[in-house]
Structure formats: structure tokens, C-alpha cells
Ligand binder design. Structure first.
Ligand SMILES: Nc1ncnc2c1ncn2[C@@H]1O[C@H](COP(=O)(O)OP(=O)(O)OP(=O)(O)O)[C@@H](O)[C@H]1O
Ligand SMILES: [Mg+2]
Length: 369
């Protein structure tokens, strides 16, 4: 049984300027113990979805189950209040209480609700949570006198202190600088693995999402577009939006030329670069307008014409950027810029005449929607 199950979730806000549809007909399931991420551009409905799970928002329609128990059902008139939902949440802005010290911040959720814990029980739970996030010893420090990373960990401790079944994290690393963010990624990933807690993580940072998740849910305009493993989303993006949102992509628009032979997954696409052979269409209906998608790191450059009988294009290096581990180039092919990422040992200079090779196996066909 899945730990979180969402069916037909919809939420529209009413504002002075009219209605804003934040989430539409969203179905989503998260298996027990999985690190699942909701990824999408700003304003696509991520926070709204998370707040509906936590019970901080009432959906217009839909049902939400946590560990098989119904939390919300608009049809059945069910709404379980937030403190009875067994979830811990870290908010986009950490929302730690500035007038409390570290200890009081973490103890706060334990003092909510009817079931009163003894002082000793509270002490034990708070201490355990603080040790977990490596804040042991800072109990008496005012919360405002913590660094950004420490505040982030304090928010985590507060979310975990009641040992919830589900951890909801809304962009928990967005306020940290790049270096700290990378460290905290590993720390959070390690922490949730040790606790074996089902985690639903919201971010608009695609690298973070790729690096941390077992499952990626891509969202746009209030709708779920694709749910897959990070690798599958990267290698087999379902549509043009996913392909360009996750990682860098070259996208060449074209029309299907020769129909593929029966039993062979290949097609000729007429594009602005010329004719491109593609394989692995993966269920794409091969007619009409399509996009040929290829990642910059999958394109190869040669000084001499390579011995392939298809997809070799002649071009000129227009721009090269040295990025340390790689070199980023723009190669002009018939005036169309092609984004290529190469190993830094391959030295090409601006103005060099080159041959660009697009391996047909790495050209993904995507329908235009
Ligand atoms: N309380 C509210 N009242 C009116 N509109 C709202 C409210 N909260 C969110 N919205 C709107 O709903 C849409 C989805 O908002 P949401 O906060 O869920 O997006 P998000 O994906 O979390 O974005 P971000 O990455 O910027 O945090 C946006 O258009 C937003 O302006
Ligand atoms: Mg948000």
C-alpha cells in the first residue's frame, strides 16, 4: 500500500483579480520509504499540493490518504486537521519562531494537541531530534542567532520530533548558498535514509531533484506531466517541456519524412539542419510535426568527416566556454546554433570548421503538443 495517495486533487484560489487555478486533477502516489520529489517551475502549484497534504489548505475536490487512512475527501466531507495527520513539514521559509530558543522551537509541536507528554518525555524527544540534525549542545541558543544552515536543520528537527510517518519538505535548501546547499543535500538524503521515512520533497532546482530523488514528479501549470525515476526522466522525457526543463537540450523542430519500416524503430526527420535519422521513438506516433531532442553531452565533434553514413553535419564553432570540467560550445550548422558539451581535452577554438555527429540512438523523437 502506498504511504501517500492523492486522487483528483484540485485547488483554485479566489483573488481580487479573479480565479487562479493552482492544482488541477492531480493523481499521485508515493510508496512507503521512498524519496519522491515534486519538481516544476515557480507558480506551478507545488506548495499548494504540499499544503493540501499537510492539511493547511482545503482542496476544492479530491481525496488524500496517508498510510491508507483518509485525510481529506471533498465527496465524503472528510477533513482531518493538520496536527492529527502524522506529517512533519519544513516550510519554504523555515518559519522557525524567532522569540524561542532552539530547544523551545523543537519542543513546540510536542506541546500541541490534547495528549500531554511529561517534561522528561519531551526532553528525551527534543534531545534525540537535535542530535539527529547535529544541533546537540545548542539548545539554549536563540533561534535567530543560528546560521542559515543551522536554521534549516532546526526546522528539520522540529518536523521530525513527533516521529511522523511522512516528511514534507518545501524547497528547504533555497535560502542557502551553493556550497552549503550541496552539503545539505547529502545530509538530508542520509538522514531520511537512516530514519527510513517516506519523504515528499518540493523543489524547482532540477539538479537537486535529480541528485536526491528515488522518484521524480514533474509538474507544470497545476498538472502532473511525468512520474519516473530521475534517470528515466532525463533519458526519456515525455514531452518538450520536460526535455527542456530537466537539463539542457537541443530541440530541432521538424516533420517526419520517410515512415519507419515495420519492426524498426527509426525515422527520417526533415529539420532546419537537414535530414536527421532518429531511433528509439518509444511509443511516439510518427506523423506530423515532431521535435528531435538531443542532449549537449551526447553530441560529438570531429575535425575530419567521421565515417558515419547518417547525421553528420558540417558546422563552425561560434562560441566556446571553459567550465572547468567541460567545455561548452555553440556550433553553427546552417545558421542554427547547436549546443555541444565536450571533454576539456578536446580543444576547439572559435571559428574552427567542424563536423557534428548526432548519433541516431541518442536523438529522441518527441511529439509536438
Ligand atoms: N493564497 C493564495 N491566494 C491566491 N493565489 C495563490 C495563493 N497561493 C498560491 N497562489 C497561486 O497559485 C499558484 C500556485 O502557487 P504555489 O505556491 O503552489 O506555487 P509553487 O509551485 O510552490 O511556486 P514557487 O516555486 O514559486 O514556490 C500560483 O499562481 C500562485 O500565485
Ligand atoms: Mg512554493
Amino acid at each position: 500500500m502506498s504511504m501517500i495517495k492523492i486522487q483528483g486533487l484540485a485547488k483554485t484560489y479566489r483573488t481580487d483579480q479573479g480565479y487562479v487555478t493552482a492544482v488541477q486533477e492531480l493523481d499521485l502516489e508515493i510508496e512507503r520509504g521512498i524519496f519522491s520529489t515534486l519538481l516544476g517551475p515557480s507558480g506551478c502549484g507545488k506548495t499548494t499540493t504540499l499544503r493540501c497534504i499537510a492539511g493547511l489548505e482545503t482542496p476544492d475536490s479530491g481525496e488524500i490518504f496517508i498510510d491508507g487512512e483518509i485525510m481529506v475527501s471533498t465527496a465524503k466531507g472528510v477533513f482531518v486537521p493538520p496536527h492529527k495527520r502524522n506529517v512533519g513539514m519544513v516550510f519554504q521559509s523555515y518559519a522557525i519562531w524567532p522569540h524561542m530558543n532552539v530547544y523551545e522551537n523543537v519542543a513546540f509541536p510536542l506541546k500541541q494537541g490534547k495528549r500531554k507528554l511529561s517534561k522528561a518525555q519531551i526532553n528525551e524527544k527534543v534531545t534525540k531530534a537535535l542530535v539527529l540534525v547535529r544541533l546537540g549542545g545548542l539548545e539554549r541558543r536563540p533561534a535567530t542567532q543560528l546560521s542559515g544552515g543551522q536554521q534549516q536543520r532546526l526546522a528539520l528537527a522540529r518536523a521530525l520530533v513527533k516521529e511522523p510517518k511522512v516528511l514534507l519538505l518545501d524547497e528547504p535548501l533555497s535560502n542557502l548558498d551553493a556550497k552549503l546547499r550541496e552539503e545539505m543535500r547529502i545530509e538530508i538524503k542520509d538522514l531520511v535514509r537512516r530514519l527510513d521515512i517516506t519523504t515528499f520533497y518540493v523543489t524547482h532546482d532540477q539538479i537537486e531533484a535529480l541528485a536526491m530523488s528515488d522518484v521524480l514528479n514533474i509538474m507544470n501549470n497545476g498538472k502532473l506531466i511525468q512520474t519516473d525515476s530521475p534517470k528515466e526522466v532525463y533519458l526519456r522525457p515525455r514531452n518538450k517541456f520536460v526535455a527542456s526543463f530537466i537539463g539542457a537540450s537541443n530541440q530541432f523542430q521538424g516533420v517526419v519524412g520517410a515512415r519507419p519500416r515495420i519492426g524498426e524503430d527509426s525515422a527520417e526527420i526533415r529539420t532546419e539542419l537537414g535530414s536527421i535519422s532518429c531511433r528509439s521513438p518509444g511509443g511516439v506516433s510518427l506523423s506530423g510535426n515532431v521535435v528531435v531532442n538531443i542532449r549537449p553531452e551526447d553530441i560529438r565533434l570531429f575535425r575530419e568527416r567521421p565515417p558515419y553514413h547518417e547525421n553528420v553535419l558540417q558546422g563552425r564553432v561560434a562560441v566556446t566556454l571553459f567550465l572547468g570540467d567541460t567545455i561548452d560550445c555553440r556550433v553553427l550548422v546552417k545558421n542554427t546554433p547547436v549546443h555541444v558539451k565536450r571533454d576539456r581535452s578536446q580543444e576547439f577554438a572559435e571559428g574552427d570548421e567542424v563536423f557534428v555527429y548526432l548519433s541516431p540512438d541518442l536523438c529522441l523523437l518527441i511529439p509536438l503538443d
